[in-house]
Design a binder for this molecule. Structure first.
Ligand SMILES: [Zn+2]
Length: 549
């Protein structure tokens, strides 16, 4: 999972689904039972134990630990008799990456107001990361609210304001008054950067908000920003997207920016909360210098395919994806510097491997082909999956769906599920059908503020027009004394992206096996169906990304 933790109280509805008139899935129940029998809790434990071992040093993209993990996954695919589906007949698809390291002592940020200069302190007032080229800009600053232009909502933070050659400052996130989908889409920093670049802005200052501090504390963000960043590289070895010079301001840094103006930070946050667009020029010049180093590295995605059995449909693919990388070695916590990533995302890979085993045990292969994909570079921004979606090893137009697995928390027994993305396409139907068969309730997204739909690898497929889903366990534990939501919140706060996400924590492997069965059955139903999944009519993401016919 890309970073952002959680702690919000939200009333939760549990919808016990019992959809009327659903057909029996194609393929006999006996076939499915046979495949289910292949899914073993202890095998999930075995995969996770290997992948989350200290020897793999947190599987950071571009490290030996990651490469060992990739070797492991390829060996498992080969053992199952799956065909290679990487590059050149291999299981590996090398992803060219630009690794960017910020030269912190050579970076600087200062505000000049009425000839008076305020020098900001790196790490306290601001930080930067992902410096793809050295920049040195001095320009007036214009505040542009959230930095969002959403014509379909009649919302524009840039209305009537010229930012050419200026440095824009904006708040992280998107107005909470936006509908859920638009809020997710427009809070994407890349969407914001493309918008400001198109308007000719010279650089930007992102402002930490109280909302962001809640789910992703400044200190944690700062620590992660000090690790090298990566992006997939184009033919010239440069990152495929290079934004302008940028810095992230803490509240303290933002206070320095607004000091001496008639706008207090408090008032700005209040307007933002109310969803009021706001923009105004500031009587201040910013001097922003970013310096960094870029190296070219490579890190593989791992891909295998189970060929379909239908003469026509076998040309189409259901992709099952999970990220294999984690954040590596970092700041020690209680003497432990290895961020093992047991749940994030050794769990997803372990479940993917058990699903691959189940598919390979079917007496008859599913009608469509199934492509199993372990991706690199997720933690730095979905780079491995985005590279695959831009350079697919099978035609992108033949990929009918992506079912993604990211961080299944097996902290308690598994009774309900959230299907991120199901509301956008006909994939809702196999989700309901599979969950119903397994006696699992499907619940609505209880944490919309976390915009999970744009935060894992399925979104790379969505951006190429492929309907996609990613499932998360719900909070029902089956025991009123065990509070799923509280356990989940605490884990997101204390363990996500910490060294303690290792094999010593509570892991209910039976829950993992049940989750693997559910994802298997959903994918199997999609692979068997006469019709490929389709976006819902008028769906926001479908309209945005569906390829023109
Ligand atoms: Zn993560």
């Amino acid at each position: 999972m890309r970073q952002a933790g959680a702690s919000f109280l939200i009333t939760l509805f549990v919808l016990a689904f019992c959809p009327p008139g659903l057909a029996q899935p194609a393929g006999s129940g006996a076939e499915v039972e046979q495949a289910f029998a292949a899914i073993q809790p202890q095998a999930i434990r075995a995969h996770m134990s290997f992948l989350a071992d200290d020897l793999l040093e947190g599987r950071r993209t571009g490290t030996r630990g990651y490469d060992l993990a990739a070797k492991y996954v390829a060996a498992q695919f080969e053992t199952l008799g799956l065909e290679p589906a990487g590059s050149n007949g291999n299981y590996f698809q090398p992803v060219p990456l630009a690794r960017m390291t910020t030269a912190e002592p050579e970076c600087s940020l200062a505000f000049v107001r009425n000839g008076r200069k305020t020098v900001l302190q790196y790490g306290v007032d601001y930080f930067t990361s992902g410096v793809a080229e050295n920049t040195n800009d001095t320009a007036p600053v214009v505040f542009v609210g959230f930095g969002i232009t959403a014509p379909e909502l009649g919302y524009d933070d840039y209305a009537g304001i010229d930012v050419r050659g200026k440095i824009v400052a904006f708040l992280a996130g998107a107005p909470s008054s936006f509908p859920h989908n638009q809020r997710a889409y427009y809070s994407d920093p890349v969407v914001k950067q493309k918008n400001l670049v198109a308007r000719g802005a010279a650089g930007f200052l992102g402002i930490f908000t109280p909302e962001l501090e809640q789910i992703y504390p400044w200190e944690h963000a700062l620590q992660e920003s000090r690790l090298p960043d990566v992006s997939w590289a184009d033919e010239t070895g440069r990152p495929h997207f290079v934004g302008p010079g940028a810095a992230v301001l803490s509240w303290k840094g933002a206070e320095a920016l607004f000091a001496g103006t008639s706008h207090s930070l408090e008032e700005i946050f209040k307007n933002a909360k109310a969803g009021r667009p706001q923009s105004f020029a500031l009587p201040v010049q910013a001097s922003l210098r970013n310096t960094g180093r870029v190296e070219r590295i490579e890190s593989p995605n791992v891909a295998a395919v189970l060929r379909g059995s239908d003469p026509r449909l076998k040309e189409e693919y259901v992709v099952l994806s999970a990220h294999l990388d984690h954040v590596g070695v970092g700041e020690p916590v209680n003497g432990d510097a290895i961020y093992n990533g047991a749940y994030d995302n050794a769990s997803g890979i372990a479940i993917l491997l058990e699903m691959a085993k189940a598919f390979s045990r079917l007496p008859t292969a599913p009608r469509r082909s199934v492509l199993f994909l372990a991706v690199t570079g997720e933690e730095e921004g979905l780079h491995g999956s985005d590279f695959f979606a831009h350079h697919p090893t099978v035609p992108i137009g033949k990929i009918v769906a992506d079912v993604n697995l990211d961080m299944f928390l097996m902290l308690y027994p598994f009774h309900d599920v959230v299907a991120f993305g199901a509301e956008h396409s006909s994939l809702a139907r196999p989700v309901e059908e599979a969950a119903h068969r397994l006696g699992i309730a499907v619940i609505p997204d209880p944490i919309p503020e976390q915009v999970i739909f744009i935060r894992s690898d399925h979104y790379s497929f969505v951006q190429q027009g492929v309907p996609a889903i990613s499932l998360m366990g719900g909070f029902e534990t089956g025991d009123p004394a065990i509070h799923g939501r509280a356990i989940w919140d605490k884990w997101m706060q204390d363990v996500l992206h910490h060294p303690s996400d290792d094999m010593s924590q509570t892991i209910n492997f039976d829950a993992g096996a049940q989750f693997a069965k559910l994802n298997f059955l959903i994918s199997y139903l999609v692979a068997q169906d006469d019709k490929a999944p389709s976006w819902n009519a008028g769906d926001f993401f479908g309209e945005k990304f569906r390829p023109a016919k």
